[in-house]
Design a protein around this ligand. Structure first.
Ligand code: ADP
Ligand code: MG
Length: 252
């Protein structure tokens, strides 16, 4: 579903990603670990084609077609979606309006179907009437992002730290919804969607049971492996030593 070859990305003239390879098949979920500032968010932004993240080298293919030069809206139309780590505040646009847009509807009204979707994330009808992210707490931002993805239902989903700042009362709910969005309750052969998740906690691993994990260091995928093994190596020896013990295997 996604194939990245020899990618280099610059932000504000700074090289952030270099020689990055990554391949995610339909039905798979991959986890991306790595220390703060290693380029995890930059990678997702580049996959989505956010203009400030300039691809200087390499190519990104999605569902068999080259999307390296496509604008973000075209990538979204092809079936990509993302839950952002730090989404912007959008004054004058209600969360419910965003859900309507994500559902592909023209209605201006926040009706029963939108309210029902909100309930799945413990988001009340009043909350749907608030401006997107304006004054939302950290956990509320995450739930609002996942609500919008739930409405959009893309084929390829990226989650940038979906579990950070989520309280214990909502963490199971988030885990279950991410699992559903990624078809994890289906048999492997029936899974139609795929995803990439950035996380620092073991919670997502237990809930989603991903297929592969990667460690990113200094703008490259330094190593990849079975999620439980990669996590054990990181816990035992830290990110840097993990590289020595994992098999380098970003490519298909
Ligand atoms: N707009 C920007 N201008 C300059 N540097 C940036 C910008 N965005 C990100 N960076 C830098 O790129 C590096 C990688 O950032 P990021 O991808 O957000 O890391 P991660 O998500 O792994 O914590 C960091 O050093 C960060 O400061
Ligand atoms: Mg980040």
């Amino acid at each position: 579903m996604l194939e990245i070859k020899d990618l280099a990305v610059e932000v504000d003239g700074n090289k952030i990603i270099e020689r990055l390879n990554l391949c995610i098949e339909r039905g798979e979920v991959h986890i991306l670990f790595g220390p703060n500032g290693c380029g995890k968010t930059t990678l997702m932004m580049a996959i989505l084609g956010i203009p400030a993240y300039k691809v200087k080298k390499g190519r990104i293919a999605f569902k068999g077609g080259d999307i390296t030069d496509l604008p973000t809206n075209e990538r979204v139309k092809l079936g990509m979606g993302m839950s952002f780590q730090h989404p912007p505040e959008i004054r004058g646009v209600k969360l419910g309006d965003m859900v309507n847009i994500a559902l592909g509807r023209k209605e201006a009204e926040i009706d029963e179907s939108v309210i029902e979707l909100g309930k799945k994330l413990n988001i009340s009808a009043d909350f749907l009437n608030r401006d997107v992210n304006l004054g939302f707490s950290g956990g509320e931002v995450k739930r609002s992002e996942i609500l919008q993805l739930l409405a959009q239902a893309p084929e390829f989903l990226m989650f940038d730290e979906p579990d950070s700042g989520i309280d214990v009362g909502n963490i199971e709910l988030i885990g279950d919804l991410i699992s559903k969005l990624l078809d994890r309750d289906e048999r492997p052969s029936k899974r139609e969607r795929a995803g990439l998740i950035i996380t620092h906690s073991g919670f997502i691993l237990e809930h989603i049971k991903p297929d592969r994990a990667h460690v990113m260091l200094n703008g490259r995928i330094a190593c990849s492996g079975r999620p439980e093994e990669v996590v054990k190596h990181i816990m035992d020896d830290g990110f840097e030593r993990c590289v020595e013990r994992c098999v380098v295997e970003g490519v298909c």
